[in-house]
Design a protein around this ligand. Structure first.
Ligand code: PLP
Length: 442
């Protein structure tokens, strides 16, 4: 089979693909057939190294038999159990295991099925908390420019990537945004956390002055924005944001859908930056990407605040048919076992410097305007072609795929996050393929 030749039994018309230029893709589909460890195999039989852990989720690498066995066993034992007013033991075990690795105090766990659901759940919990604690005027939700919080109406509204918002005119009312921290003038090619920009956290004070603190329920940020191509927070920024939230009684939500489960070399970004939010959203790595699952971690303060009213009354009118699905719980527990046995939640710390130094070798290649890194996240940003935003990035991404590297494209940037089992030789390979592609087509 030649490059891109797909078996003619595969018809691509019916599947309307998410976040994809469908018509362009279907002319020349890029399809994976299998995966093992650090690699995919394409349908034309080529090994493609996974530079982005699937979609930031396959933290323990592909094809983990322990997870597959746990899933199979669970399906054959208890395929489904309702989680409204009923339960099954595994969800409680899973929640305890998550609480064990949680940032201190965030040990109350609400299960969802995705990052988007985790975000909407956390936003609703924040509103419910304020109402239950007599602060009903706190209804305003604050996001940040360039943030990505999934695609539900809540997450879309607090999100700050214009393409995800403009086609859908109806946003939640009362949402506002603080400024983003991406500053190429002062911070281009900074290694790890950039030096400049902690003062941007003060933008929250501007919104407090504009709207009144008593109207603001919560601020949600990704500790390291991922989908907008990895923007490590300026030194001191997150601590300052925490202080301003505390000063004004505003809940702080960290969206750790990407940064959770070892991505920065600590279990969560909250550990890495030494800043603890009131609520934390997770998904993706929670089951190593195998079975859809998400979880919101809540502080005791928030959880206990909502646990009011008569004992026989439902405290939070919220949940999903598949919250705490037994198969997801089984996959999640097996995943946590692997993370623990192989030390993966902290492994990133050992190899992060190698990752950083390797990525920064790409400085000086044509049209490379920035390189960023934090833990095992990294990004290379290219200048857009005149009047054709995204075209240069697309060409480089396709060239990489053709020469054996999968990576996540975001406009003209590449966001990278290899599985946490990555070895130095894999890093060399990722950087070399990307570098050659940039030289060839950028
Ligand atoms: N929040 C963040 C920070 C994300 O990166 C993502 C997905 O990439 C989401 C939320 C949405 O997650 P999902 O696609 O599982 O709904």
């Amino acid at each position: 089979m030649t490059l891109h030749q797909i078996p003619n039994t595969i018809k691509t018309d019916s599947h309307w693909m998410p976040f994809t230029a469908n018509r362009q893709f279907k002319k020349e589909p890029r399809l994976f057939a299998s995966a093992e460890g650090m690699h995919y195999t394409s349908v034309d039989g080529r090994k493609v190294i996974d530079g982005s852990a699937g979609l930031w989720c396959v933290n323990a690498g592909h094809g983990r038999k322990q997870i597959a066995a746990a899933v199979e066993k669970q399906l054959m034992t208890l395929d489904f159990a309702p989680s409204f007013n009923m339960g099954h033991p595994l969800s409680f075990d899973f929640a305890e295991r998550l609480a064990e690795i949680a940032p201190k105090g965030l040990d109350r766990i609400f299960f969802t099925n995705s990052g988007s659901e985790s975000v909407d759940t956390a936003l609703k919990i924040a509103l419910a908390y304020h109402r239950a604690t007599g602060q009903s005027s706190r209804t305003r939700l604050i996001g940040r420019e360039r943030g990505y919080h999934g695609v539900g109406f809540g997450g879309m509204s607090v999100g700050g990537m214009v393409a995800n918002r403009r086609a859908f005119a109806t946003h939640l009312p009362g949402v506002d945004h603080i400024r983003h921290t991406h500053d190429l003038t002062r911070n281009a090619f900074a290694k790890d956390q950039p030096a400049h920009g902690a003062e941007l956290a003060d933008d929250l004070e501007r919104l407090v002055a504009l709207h009144g603190a008593e109207t603001i329920a919560a601020v949600i940020v990704e500790p390291v924005p991922g989908s907008t191509a990895v923007l490590p927070p300026p030194q001191g920024y997150l601590k300052r944001l925490r202080e301003i939230c505390d000063k004004h009684g505003i809940l702080l939500i960290f969206d750790e859908v990407i940064t959770g489960f070892g991505r920065l070399g600590t279990p969560f970004a909250a550990n890495f930056f030494g800043v603890t939010p009131d609520l934390m959203t997770t998904a993706k790595g929670i089951t190593n990407g195998t079975v859809p699952c998400g979880a919101v971690f809540a502080s005791r303060k928030v959880h206990d605040g909502v646990m009011t009213g008569p004992e026989g009354q439902i405290e939070l009118f919220h949940g999903y048919t598949y919250s705490a699905h037994p198969v997801a719980c089984a996959a999640g527990i097996a995943t946590l076992d692997i993370y623990k046995d192989e030390g993966l939640l902290t492994r990133g710390a050992d190899i992060a410097n190698y990752w950083r130094d390797a990525l920064h070798q790409l400085k000086g290649l044509p049209n490379v305007v920035d390189i960023r890194n934090c833990g095992l996240m990294g990004a290379v940003e290219l200048a857009p072609r005149e009047g054709m935003v995204g075209a240069r990035g697309y060409d480089v991404m396709v060239d990489c795929f053709n020469t054996g590297l999968y990576l996540r494209m975001s406009g003209d940037s590449f966001a990278m996050s290899p599985p946490l089992i990555v070895e130095k030789s894999h890093i060399d390979q990722i950087v070399s393929i990307l570098g050659e592609a940039i030289k060839r087509v950028a």
